[in-house]
Design a protein around this ligand. Sequence first.
Ligand code: NI
Ligand code: MN
Length: 228
Amino acid sequence: MSVELTWLGHACWLVKSGEHKLLVDPFLNDNPSAKLRADDLDVDFILITHGHFDHVADAASIARRCNATIIANYEIATWFSEKHQVQQTLGMNIGGATKQAFGRVQMTLAFHSSQLPDGSYGGNPGGFVVETGLKRIYFAGDTALFGDMKLLGNKLLDAAIIPIGDLFTMGPEDSVQATQFLRPRVVLPSHYNTWPPIAQDAQAWAGIIRAQTPSQPLTPAVGEPVRI
Ligand code: NI
Ligand code: MN
């Protein structure tokens, strides 16, 4: 079985696995690098790594229209339920996992912040390890490099999606160390080229990953699906 991953721009990813479609960190209508609009998507689950605008922006409208389930930390799940009339939410916290129709998802550590756009407390930032279609995919979310990525490497990851934009998250240099810790079969860059302050050269990055890690870098353009 293969799973299809599509970068929708910034940190927004679409995962297609069998009959299921998962959307991670929807940020489309105000995202200068996105090609799709929020209304173009039809998904059944939405995963939110943390509360910042560039990760939650279009989640409520898509969830309400598609009757999708938002999976996030408890504080963010409650915020969508109480302030944005999202019917289906599932709150969790770091280290916990849940089995859902698409497979299993575990929330992982991230070193970042998580305030919601209206100033509400957004709990702790996180990442996700998604198991679906016999694949294990790590979405790091917005994070610095951290040593416990070595432990995630013990999970035998098929793919890791890691930020390389720098400034708000780890940059290209630390992402190489992160890839060495995570040891995924393939690694894909995220959270870059949305705005000039996080512009990065993905091809140069891929060359360094190839030279310094055993992982295969994949650098799809926005909207170009890859199968893993
Ligand atoms: Ni952020
Ligand atoms: Mn961000």
